[in-house]
Design a protein. Structure first.
Length: 501
């Protein structure tokens, strides 16, 4: 992209983008989709010449499927993915039997998606990029972000295309979604704290293997004498490929296809010559690290730039998408709807502790101290302690839905709740009670009344654009402070208007 291309995109010299997103991985693409559908102009720049080519983050958890439902990409995700295969343990070329890698979960009315759903990362990114283009956005590939300065009104960044001269682009906000070695994080001076999870490096590769069935996730335990590490081969849906993961003696400057073939033969019963193709490979050391903060002025960190996980349990990509989903609606509310700037402080308030908790879970799973159970599905993540959550009821029984909880799905009175929630709006849901006569004039507020539903209990629930309840009351009689509360999430322009008849 030339300097002229940049000027054309952001409106010419002296103008700028609403949000500059650095990095076009799942985090950056999901964030750009969240922004674009709300009328915000994201400029997404990616140093690489194209999308990430590998399968690395291949497991999509149920909460991420809910996000993708809302973003309008779930049909494609379901079309090109598949459920996680049952594990099959091997020893010396002999099947030892099935191994349940994940605790089973059945779909329910409140939680319609189970997981993990297997979809190679490159496919997830293709789907998100296609959706971004549908929404009028795009990615500028081959563009490197090199420097930034910021003031009270915005951020000025230097970006260079294909080794050419750097040009300045101004944006209201900048989001670093540029991975574990984030340039944005380094330039803002934000530190990371963490630990080495495993001293033995891992290789991850996408391989085409002959003479191996695609019905199982093939597992190869380490040798009892410690002479050989563990390995796994997982079939990737709707491709010829398996994702190979194996312990590796050392990180190398270059990892050749023959290196991968040799390692597959050493750790499994698959012969090197049966690895017909090596389409992508990477080696890395397993670390766990968390940024000390997720914001510096008008610059935010999201995804691997903010937290680095072990791949065990399939939490990294999913946690990153949750970052984007949380930040996207808040940036749009400030930029488009007049919400207070303080709303953006709640991004770090809500996401940093969640990322810390999930990071700890990934580490425990990697070390065999926890199972891949309900916590990995991320449906139980709640925001009850957030300053954006207000519960006006008292004496709620254990397990009752409260402000700060994820809003469940369900079908009542001919209405599917996820269909009601889908979109960039707030939703006021009355369950087995009446809507208040006066409603807060929130942007694009939708209202609905349904009959009794055990998933919610009786009451009024104001649901945020990211599917979490932000306010709850027992009935319309308790809704006196609803408009006051709405100011916190939508700005001082909120006023009460009569409810629709």
């Amino acid at each position: 992209m030339s300097a002229v291309d940049v000027d054309a995109y952001v409106g010419g010299p002296g103008s700028g983008a609403d949000v500059l997103v650095v990095g076009a991985g799942p985090t950056g693409l999901a964030l750009a989709c969240c922004l674009a559908r709300r009328g915000v102009r994201p400029l997404v720049v990616e140093r690489a010449a194209g999308l990430f080519p590998g399968s690395r983050g291949k497991g999509l958890q149920p909460r991420t499927l809910e996000v993708f439902d809302d973003l309008g990409v779930l049909d494609e995700v379901l079309r090109w993915g598949g459920p996680a295969p049952v594990g099959m343990a091997w020893k010396d070329g002999v099947r030892l039997g099935e191994h349940r890698m994940f605790d089973d979960a059945e779909a329910t009315e409140q939680e319609p998606y189970t997981g993990p759903w297997i979809l190679p990362q490159w496919r997830t990114q293709e789907i998100l990029l296609a959706r971004l283009r549908e929404l009028g956005g795009d990615v500028r590939f081959g563009v490197e972000f090199t420097a930034l300065t910021q003031d009270a009104d915005g951020v000025e960044a230097l970006i260079a295309s294909d080794g050419g001269p750097a040009v300045a682009v101004r944006a209201r906000y900048l989001v670093g979604a540029d991975g574990g070695r984030s340039t944005v994080r380094r330039l803002t001076g934000i530190k990371m704290s963490g630990e080495r999870v495993d001293p033995t490096p891992l290789v991850v590769a996408d391989v085409v293997v002959d003479h191996l069935d695609r019905d199982n996730w093939h597992l190869f335990p380490p040798a009892e004498d410690g002479s050989r590490g563990f390995a796994a081969l997982c079939p990737l849906p709707h491709t010829q490929e398996f994702q190979f993961v194996g312990q590796y003696p050392e990180i190398r400057a270059e990892l050749s296809a023959d290196d991968v073939r040799t390692l597959v033969a050493e750790l499994t019963h698959v012969r090197a010559e049966d690895v017909r193709e090596v389409r992508w490979a990477s080696d890395f050391t397993v670390n766990a690290a968390l940024a000390d903060r997720f914001r510096e002025g008008r610059v935010f960190l999201a995804g691997d730039a903010a937290h680095i996980h072990s791949p065990a349990g399939g939490q990294g990509l999913n946690t990153s998408v949750q970052d984007a989903y949380n930040l996207g609606w808040k940036l749009a509310a400030v930029l488009c709807d007049g919400a207070p700037e303080a709303l953006l402080d709640t991004y770090e308030e809500e996401r940093l502790p969640q990322a810390a908790a999930v990071l700890g879970l990934s580490t425990r799973i990697h070390r065999g101290e926890a199972r891949r159970g309900a916590a990995t599905r991320q449906l139980g993540i709640h925001l009850r302690d957030s300053s954006l959550s207000r519960e006006t009821r008292s004496g709620l029984p254990d397990g009752a839905l409260a402000a700060g909880d994820r809003a469940p799905d369900g079908r009542r009175d001919g209405l599917r709740l996820f269909d009601l929630f889908r979109g960039p709006h707030f939703t006021l849901l009355a369950v087995d009670t009446d809507l208040p006569e006066q409603l807060p004039q929130l942007p694009q507020l939708r209202t609905a009344r349904i009959g009794a539903y055990e998933g919610y209990g009786r009451g009024l629930f104001l649901i945020r654009p990211d599917g979490y309840t932000t306010w709850a009351a027992s009935s319309a009689a308790g809704a006196a402070d609803l408009a006051d509360w709405a100011v916190r999430v939508a700005g001082p322009s909120v006023s009460a208007v009569p409810a629709a008849g």
